[in-house]
Design a protein around this ligand. Structure first.
Ligand code: NAD
Length: 480
């Protein structure tokens, strides 16, 4: 299925000049779904030329014309939402309703930024000279290279492409190799929405080859990564050579703080519904549970009881709550983390092994621990899997210190009925996003992103377009 698409530049699907192929493995059957032709250095140079040729083609359109094209993308995607969702579930194993949710969120990005394209407002500043005008205007940064993780291949790409296009920038999308079909079918929607030649480009390949060429190329002015903190550091370091503008959406390890003035069972129920979405492979997944000591047992029991009823299986089938982990590597990392958590002295309350009924696939049972010590690796490193570590706390200062004690600062969740405590906690937490009395955060109209080693830059909201704009200051003295 992959060879019918391939790579995309100059407005057409291309075959690569390299013979190297990358196998795509089904996480459900462990069999090869197909092979992706891997791009060579020469292909990457062709993609760069294509994107450079797209600069004027895209910039010469008015913001209204660009806005209309972005809206067309949303319409094409919406018509094909079921097909795109099937690709996502096939390649990643996640339940179809979750895949459909991802596509709808991506559509909303294009709807939102089709409007924002019309709202890039400059400024006129009162000059200190009578015969002068001071103007601030915004201009597109230029060619953007966008690298995305495999966990949400469509929405993560949409969060970069929609604001970049709205700002007037051509994009080279380098999606993860685990789910290339989802990215290809998405790129076909962009093509069918009549995005001009060179403005959208797609290339797959060994990231060390492709990204090396892109990072060394001065005409690629910006990079935007959604991925791990480890790769974020590699790309930021590499960007120094040509001083590229960078945006980094990196890993997280979200604390969940449940204060004593709450209903712990209701929160546990909500947490269980959210935690195992995409088998816990979500950057914003609630992943460290700090429950007030008076509530810990009630919370844990309810979490376990709700989770016990979840059905594991192939996300393409109906009635499935939890799919497999996406790759063999993820499965091995989850198994290692579970054994480390046990060795650290935590108590296993549910799961802790691969499911007996499923012979093939990278499945792992949803796993819940309580009494987890802070030094346990699961409290320090992003679990990115179906693992729930629960610990207790006694007071505000103590829990804030422990929640802030990591280098991650992406999301955080707070539960309290006290407005005063909600504000105090939201102010004290070191994170780019705080959800109070809810697990809902991501939307097209709000700025998504982290602080500390979870990255910088924002995606979504009126802020998101700024990552793709340069500020130009003009001090204009008017001659007689
Ligand atoms: P990853 O960092 O391994 O890979 C991310 C992307 O970078 C992929 O496209 C990959 O091909 C590319 N890449 C990998 N090595 C590279 C290299 N040496 N040079 C250039 N590019 C390279 O991450 P992953 O395993 O795909 O995704 C999981 C991580 O992504 C987790 O840490 C998760 O928290 C994070 N994530 C963050 C967000 C967010 O919005 N903050 C969203 C989703 C995922």
């Amino acid at each position: 299925m992959y060879s019918s698409f391939g790579h995309y530049w100059d407005g057409t699907w291309k075959k690569t000049s390299s013979r190297e192929k990358i196998a795509v493995i089904s996480p459900v059957t462990e069999k090869i779904l197909g092979e992706v032709p891997s791009a060579s250095e020469a292909d990457t140079m062709d993609v760069i030329e294509s994107s450079v040729s797209g600069i004027n083609r895209w910039r010469s359109l008015s913001c209204l014309e660009r806005s209309r094209i972005l809206r067309q993308v949303a319409e094409v995607m919406l018509k094909r939402k079921d097909k795109i969702a099937r690709y996502l579930s096939l390649e990643l194993g996640k339940p179809l309703d979750q895949s459909l949710g991802e596509v709808v969120m991506a559509v909303e990005q294009f709807e939102w930024y089709s409007e924002e394209a019309k709202r890039v407002y400059g400024q006129v500043i009162e000059s200190r000279q009578n015969d002068a005008k001071v103007l601030i205007q915004y201009e597109p940064v230029g060619v953007v290279a966008a690298f995305t993780s495999w966990n949400f291949p469509v929405i993560l790409a949409a969060r970069k492409i929609a604001p970049a296009l709205a700002a007037g920038c051509p994009v080279i999308l380098c999606p993860a190799l685990e789910a290339p079909g989802s990215a290809m079918i998405f790129a076909q929607c962009l093509h069918d929405a009549k995005i001009p030649e060179g403005v959208i480009n797609l290339i797959f390949g060994n990231p060390e080859i492709v990204s090396k060429v892109l990072m060394n190329e001065p005409r690629v002015r910006k990079i935007s990564l959604t991925g791990s903190t480890r790769v974020g550091k590699i790309l930021v370091e590499a960007s120094a050579k040509t001083l590229k503008n960078t945006s980094m959406e990196l890993g997280g390890h979200a604390p969940v703080i449940v204060f004593p003035d709450t209903d712990p069972e209701s929160i546990a129920e909500q947490a269980a519904m959210v935690k195992f979405k995409h088998c816990g492979q979500v950057c914003a997944s609630p992943s460290r549970f700090y429950i007030h000591e008076t509530h810990a047992e009630k919370f844990t029991k309810k979490f376990v009881n709700v989770t016990k009823n979840f059905k594991l299986g192939d996300g393409m089938k109906s009635g499935i709550d939890i799919g497999p982990l996406a790759t063999q590597k993820r499965l091995e990392e989850v198994e290692l983390m579970v054994s480390q958590t046990l060795s650290s002295g935590a108590r296993l309350r549910l799961g802790g092994k691969r499911p007996e009924g499923l012979k093939n696939g990278f499945f792992y049972e949803p796993t819940i621990f309580d009494q987890v010590p802070d030094h346990s690796p699961v409290m320090q490193q992003e679990p990115f899997g179906p693992i729930v570590p629960i610990t207790t706390f006694k007071n505000f200062n103590e829990v804030i210190e422990r929640a802030n004690n990591l280098e991650y600062g992406l999301t955080s969740y707070v539960f309290t009925r006290s407005q005063r405590l909600a504000h105090r906690t939201a102010d004290a937490i070191e994170a780019g996003m705080v959800a109070v009395n809810t697990f809902a955060l991501a939307s097209a109209e709000t700025p998504y992103g982290g602080i500390k080693q979870s990255g910088f830059g924002r995606e979504g909201g009126s802020q998101g377009i700024n990552d793709y704009l340069n500020i130009k200051y003009i001090n204009m003295v008017m001659e007689e």
